[in-house]
Design a protein around this ligand. Structure first.
Ligand SMILES: *Cc1c(COP(=O)(O)O)cnc(C)c1O
Length: 391
């Protein structure tokens, strides 16, 4: 039984190379469910395309990936506010802090670990990115905080923990923020950091057009910018992925007959079609939608009214038509109702399913499109050559 992700590896790598051209030196973001591929698959892909630096979402994800993959630098994007362990005292790790609380918590946690004795002679160099507030209003120091930052950093340091600022980090909204507003925000931060005497030679950014990214590098040649890429790198227009579900069973049902977990009565004659993929795979789990405008609201109202009658549109399609759930999906199976007379799929056939890749988890991944490598990526790096894959 399978909910399958088909990945055209050749097109996928070709797209990654294209993104590298648009954003030279970009930093792949590997987090959560690995954008539907899994974090390890993404880490492999990042290594294969010669990346030495990646960003992960949480400290837990950093621990997991460090067990299997080596990078020179692994940035943790989410501030740490939970206990650390000895495995966290690795020099590749770079933590993001966006408030005095984040800073103090992290240093105290590291200092606490070191106080138990680790045999380190030198103080531990804690590498940090300073998160700058953007119109996002998600964690980040404010421009007003900036003047106090040098003192906060100095005060947080202990005999055992020295802080090394590796750069600045800013995360922009995806919508409704003009490129001028983004540029001004970056300019304000660079200027402020210079004024307060904090390093501003490296800045990590996100959600910028390639054009704007290049403009920034021209405007501030003394700053090494790095673009963080997640969705645009791994998924883009999703033209290299296909998601399909296998038909597991087809059962005839008469109107009024009871079926399923809920033992509801069928509303018409037809067939129940059982498909691979349920809530455990992210089927039927939609993130809340931000409605904008009357059309969106009408659409949502229609779905809400239908849901009062237990009618839920499923993400599965057959011959180009969206299908309806017969009842809410379960852990690993979904059941659809095909009305009598409509064309029926066969057991073993695969149906396309539309899933949100950031909540999906697949039973298996099948790779299509061959990638021939001119040389093993790691050998190539050792020789100091940039890695290119023959596609
Ligand atoms: C997740 C994340 C990204 C990547 O976001 P996408 O929208 O998936 O490209 C970039 N920067 C930060 C700080 C993030 O948390």
């Amino acid at each position: 039984m399978s909910l399958t992700l088909y990945l055209n590896r050749r097109d996928w790598f070709r797209h990654m190379e294209h993104m590298e051209e648009l954003y030279p030196g970009c930093v792949p973001v590997i987090k959560g469910n690995g954008y539907g591929f899994g974090n390890e698959v993404l880490a492999d892909a990042a290594r294969k395309s010669g990346k030495r630096e990646i960003a992960v979402g949480t400290v837990e994800e950093a621990r997991q990936l460090e067990a299997t993959h080596r990078f020179d630098q692994m940035i943790v994007l989410t501030p740490v506010m939970s206990e650390l362990m000895e495995a966290d005292l690795v020099s590749e790790r770079v933590y993001t802090v966006g408030s005095r609380d984040h800073l103090q918590f992290l240093v105290t946690a590291v200092d606490g670990l070191l106080s138990r004795g680790t045999g380190m002679e030198e103080p531990f160099r804690l590498k940090l990115l300073l998160k700058c507030q953007s119109p996002m209003k998600r964690y980040g120091f404010s421009l007003e905080d900036a003047g106090l930052l040098p003192e906060w950093i100095q005060r947080a340091e202990t005999d055992r923990v020295k802080i090394e600022i590796k750069g600045l980090s800013i995360h922009f909204p995806k919508e409704r923020t003009t490129s001028q507003a983004k540029e001004k925000c970056i300019g304000d931060w660079l200027e402020t950091m210079k004024r307060v005497g904090l390093p501003s030679g490296r800045m990590y950014v996100s959600h910028l057009s390639s054009e704007q990214y290049h403009q920034l590098t021209e405007k501030w040649p003394e700053v090494r910018f790095a673009m963080r890429l997640g969705t645009d790198l791994w998924l883009a227009d999703k033209s290299f992925v296909e998601t399909k579900s296998t038909v597991l069973d087809v059962q005839p049902i008469r109107r009024g007959e009871r079926f399923g977990y809920k033992q509801q009565r069928a509303c018409r004659n037809g067939h129940l079609v059982f498909l691979a993929g349920g809530t455990a795979n992210g089927v039927g789990l939609e993130a809340p939608i931000a409605s904008r405008g009357l059309k969106d609201r009408l659409k949502l109202t229609v779905f809400w009214v239908l849901s009062l009658f237990n009618r839920h549109l499923s993400p599965f399609t057959y011959r180009g038509k969206r299908l309806w759930f017969a009842e809410p999906p379960h852990m690993q199976t979904s059941v659809l109702l095909f009305p009598a007379g409509s064309p029926l799929p066969e057991v073993g056939e695969e149906l396309p399913v539309q899933l949100r890749m950031t909540t999906a988890s697949f039973d298996r991944r099948v790779e299509t499109g061959e990638v021939e490598e001119t040389m093993n990526a790691e050998e190539n790096e050792e020789k100091g050559n940039p890695v290119h894959l023959a596609l």
